[in-house]
Design a protein around this ligand. Structure first.
Ligand code: PLP
Length: 486
């Protein structure tokens, strides 16, 4: 039986079903928030068993109430709670309340960004937000960009733009039409040895392969070593390689370090390369009065990746790539008779499908617009400052204590360190904390296992940090005494 109220519409039946189901959903969500722990602690095998018992496409539907009950009982308790102050391993943030409200608007209307007639106000608002972002990051008025599914896709888009623009400008070769040039195996992209793996992934997808990515060594602050970088590129150029792009990372995934963007611009100019800034992590600093200067030089990039589902605390997914000249988006332009007729565009209808990789696409710009409007630059900046200040406090506490080895002074909100003990002890500390409901990260620096904390929760206080350090010290002491006791 087809229910007349199965879709959200203007009918009173539909509105009342919507109100009821959304209300019940809110109640279920809120009742599942029982404490501040990050997760239930269930192990993978037990969870798999529990999930395996759930039905899949029953012949007859169970209805909304029953289905919600199943989700509330079997799924919600084991979802990760990103708002927990015990959750700090990844660049994975809790969500601002108003942005969850935006999500409801986005899916209620379900507009799509591909063509103007699929999202009139959505299209115009995205264009408006992109323009604002270009100004915020110091780009000129010819700049443009698009929302994407995340930093990985923003980076991929930027590298496509760099490859095609380089081939057009230097080789007088049209990649879009003819595919890769014969000399493709000599194209090189330079990036920090600790940059995000989407560099390799992108180069593979673009037919250039991992070998096209040259990893530049970093200095003791985890930033690209500029002198070494210049020598490496010089040498490559002498050997006939084709350096087409250099990527600065503004906020490396593990350490939050920020490459010297002014120096990287000089290198890009000297060798005729495009410059991309991967600011998936560090872009949040742009709204901070206190830390904005750490992004100095970002305005000189050709392209910038901005992630809103990291420091900006918006729900997944939300990212943008902006380009200093709208012509850099040319690789994505393509006309289809059914979707984005050129004659319409001449009459002022903007079809965003021609600015990115995706076709059907979410109206994520609304989340940025609403959160910016709710908080203002100052209010947003205070949230970012709190996270950066917390990292600095954490760092200072660790530096005052010689039982810890700290990887690097934080520039954003990542703290990476280890207890001055074996890798095994440090790994065991992370596992023990996990079993107790505190989720932290782990990485390697200079061959040593390190504990990693990414502080994206503005609700985290100094006393949480003090407690955590104490806990790590206690667990470490216990593990070490057990080891010597054997
Ligand atoms: C997280 C991250 C990415 C990838 O972004 P997604 O949104 O996860 O796709 C790229 N670069 C850096 C530096 C990151 O931290």
């Amino acid at each position: 039986m087809l229910q007349s109220d199965c879709i959200l519409s203007a009918s009173e039946d539909s509105k009342s079903s919507f109100r009821k189901e959304i209300g019940m959903t809110l109640d279920s969500i809120l009742s599942s928030f029982s404490d501040d722990s990050a997760y239930s602690g269930i192990d993978p095998l037990s969870l798999r068993e529990e999930i395996g018992k759930l039905g899949f496409l029953p012949e007859e539907g169970m209805g909304f109430d029953k289905t919600l009950e199943t989700v509330r009982e079997s799924i919600m308790p084991h979802l990760l709670r990103t708002w927990s102050t015990s959750y700090m391993p990844h660049l994975h943030s809790p969500a601002l309340i108003e942005s969850i409200a935006s999500e409801l608007i986005i899916s209620s209307f379900n507009d799509s960004m591909d063509s103007w007639d699929q999202g009139p106000a959505a299209t115009e608002l995205e264009v408006h937000v992109i323009k604002g972002l270009c100004r915020l990051f110091g780009f000129p008025s010819e700049a443009d960009g698009a929302f994407t599914s995340g930093g990985s896709q923003s980076n991929l888009s930027a590298i496509i733009a760099a490859r095609d623009a380089y081939c057009q400008r230097v080789l007088r070769y049209d990649v879009k039409k003819k595919g890769l040039p014969e000399c493709y195996a000599r194209l090189r992209l330079y990036t920090s040895e600790i940059s995000h793996f989407s560099m390799e992934k992108s180069c593979h997808l673009l037919g250039l392969g991992y070998d096209a990515v040259v990893k530049l060594p970093v200095d003791s602050s985890c930033r690209i070593d500029i002198e070494k970088a210049e020598r490496i590129i010089e040498k490559d150029k002498e050997q006939g390689l084709l350096p087409f792009c250099i990527v600065a990372t503004a906020g490396t995934t593990d350490f939050g370090s920020i490459d010297d963007m002014k120096a990287i611009r000089r290198i890009a100019d000297r060798f005729g390369m495009m410059m991309h800034v991967d600011a998936a992590y560090g872009s949040g600093l742009i709204v901070s009065d206190r830390y904005r200067s750490r992004l100095d030089g970002i305005e000189s990039a050709d392209t910038i990746t901005i992630d809103f589902h990291k420091m900006f605390l918006l729900p997944i997914s939300c990212s943008a790539v902006i380009m200093r000249d709208a012509s850099l988006l040319e690789p994505f332009e393509l006309h289809a008779d059914y979707l984005n007729r050129e004659e319409d565009e001449e009459d002022g209808f903007i079809n965003l499908v021609g600015k990115g990789i995706q076709t059907t696409r979410r109206f994520d710009a609304l989340k940025v617009f609403m959160a910016f409007s709710v908080r203002g630059r100052k209010g947003y900046g205070e949230i970012i400052d709190k996270c950066v200040d917390n990292a600095m406090y954490f760092y200072q506490r660790l530096m005052d204590d010689d039982s810890f080895v700290v990887a690097v002074r934080p520039e954003i909100s990542s703290v990476v360190f280890c207890l001055d003990a074996s890798d095994g002890i440090n790994k065991a500390i992370r596992r023990r904390l996990l079993a107790e409901g505190t989720v932290i990260g782990q990485t390697v620096k200079d061959g040593r296992t390190m504990l990693k904390f990414t502080l994206l929760n503005p609700g985290l206080s100094h006393s949480h940090i003090d407690d955590l350090i104490e806990k790590i010290r206690t667990i470490g002491r216990e593990l070490m005494s057990r080891k010597t006791g054997q």
